[in-house]
Design a protein around this ligand. Sequence first.
Ligand SMILES: NC(=O)c1ccc[n+]([C@@H]2O[C@H](COP(=O)([O-])OP(=O)(O)OC[C@H]3O[C@@H](n4cnc5c(N)ncnc54)[C@H](OP(=O)(O)O)[C@@H]3O)[C@@H](O)[C@H]2O)c1
Length: 273
Amino acid sequence: MTDTAPGPGRPVALVTGASSGIGRSFALALADRGHDLVLVARDVARLEALAKEVADAYGATAEVLPADLTEPGELARVADRLCRGRPEVTLLVNNAGFGTYGRFADLPVDAEEREIRLNVVALVRLTHAALTRMVPAGRGGIINVGSIAGRQPTPGNATYGATKAFVSSFTQAVREELRGSGVRCMVLEPGFTRTEFQDRAGIDPGTVPGFLWQEPEQVVQAALRAFDRGRAVCVPGPLNAATAALASVAPGAVTRRVAAALLRRRPAGEPGA
Ligand SMILES: NC(=O)c1ccc[n+]([C@@H]2O[C@H](COP(=O)([O-])OP(=O)(O)OC[C@H]3O[C@@H](n4cnc5c(N)ncnc54)[C@H](OP(=O)(O)O)[C@@H]3O)[C@@H](O)[C@H]2O)c1
């Protein structure tokens, strides 16, 4: 579905998961920087409202491309937009993602598989689609959204942490392969960020101390600054940076246990939560 086709001459960014949270903040910040947008998520009404908001506030035009990225046919449509659509996308933000919480053995495995399809498979396919055009053109950029949860095994959300470890490893490897190509690639690894993420996962955000939280706008401003500087990895905020650095050097036996203790939360609404 197209609201208005992006006009010629302005750079175009495609943002997945643009209907809320970090993705919505990326869309607003990029429009403010002079980008036109392609907005991807499932909630058409929210994407259309955002398209109007960026037009009114920043004079940006936005194409609304609704898609459930866990569905192969819908994912292929978004990949096709990156490979062949006009005007060409010069910045891809692979942001759509979700988490599941609980003991892996107790969780419905279909949701675990959907999580892998969104957080990993869609990100890989869209990165590849974008590169088929960016590499020959010798320009472009990709920001993949991981998490500091990817820095160590995360008992209590085992699949989520593993998907984000994949995002980090994959993005940094591709970045090295792209050296000298004119195409930049960065992984963004936020910590706790006030979005709909915890609600969607059925987690009571009140179980996380206030000082650990960042607003999505802070995360996105840090990400865009880091991307401008050509960084490979952006961990927004000094507290998250210290946590991530510690997780990277501490022995696995320690990080596994600390993560298990920190992530031992009760779903929202459960007695005693
Ligand atoms: N919030 C945190 O604490 C935190 C920390 C570290 C990393 N992250 C990462 O940040 C990214 C953005 O999350 P957020 O915190 O902004 O959460 P959010 O507010 O829940 O936003 C998630 C976005 O993903 C979209 N989405 C979900 N399932 C989708 C699907 N099947 N197909 C297409 N789009 C889908 C949602 O839109 P629709 O529902 O309209 O499809 C929404 O726009 C995720 O990758 C998450 O893992 C978040």
